[in-house]
Design a protein around this ligand. Sequence first.
Ligand SMILES: Nc1ncnc2c1ncn2[C@@H]1O[C@H](COP(=O)(O)OP(=O)(O)OP(=O)(O)O)[C@@H](O)[C@H]1O
Ligand SMILES: [Mg+2]
Length: 150
Amino acid sequence: MNPVIESTLINTISHSPDETDAFAAKLVSRIKGKALVLLRGGLGSGKTSFVRGMCKALGMRELWEVDSPTFTIVNHYPGMTHLDLYRMHDDMEKEGLNVDEILASDDIVAVEWPEKMGSIYYDGPIYLVEIEAVANHENQRVIKISEHWL
Ligand SMILES: Nc1ncnc2c1ncn2[C@@H]1O[C@H](COP(=O)(O)OP(=O)(O)OP(=O)(O)O)[C@@H](O)[C@H]1O
Ligand SMILES: [Mg+2]
């Protein structure tokens, strides 16, 4: 197996949803072709907001309102697939969803709750976006973005 190569791109505090959008746009500008974006963070930390920021940066103007996939697990946008695995409960569902096929896509794939994917294969750059609330600062988030290659 090749060694894992990792580098941190952003490790800072966002003070507002708009600032988080700007970080999402920075990530999009770095992506050339396919990429897997894994979003980790607690409930309500801002994972879907970050994905929406990516959508804006990709020019999907009418789709901003398309929110958290609350009942569906997967949303397809032009150039990007958004998976929210919070409600995916077992391997059967993972197969039903065909995660492997989605990961083989040439588009960007953004995944909330990637812990639920189990082990995966991905041929391309993987970006880990970690978002954390800051106690007593409602609109602040610690955001760390790192790049990884398997
Ligand atoms: N600096 C910030 N960056 C991002 N979101 C922020 C920030 N400050 C406040 N917020 C708010 O936090 C909320 C984040 O909600 P969002 O649905 O994106 O979270 P989530 O991590 O996807 O939650 P879930 O785990 O339920 O899917 C939004 O209402 C957003 O406006
Ligand atoms: Mg969400």
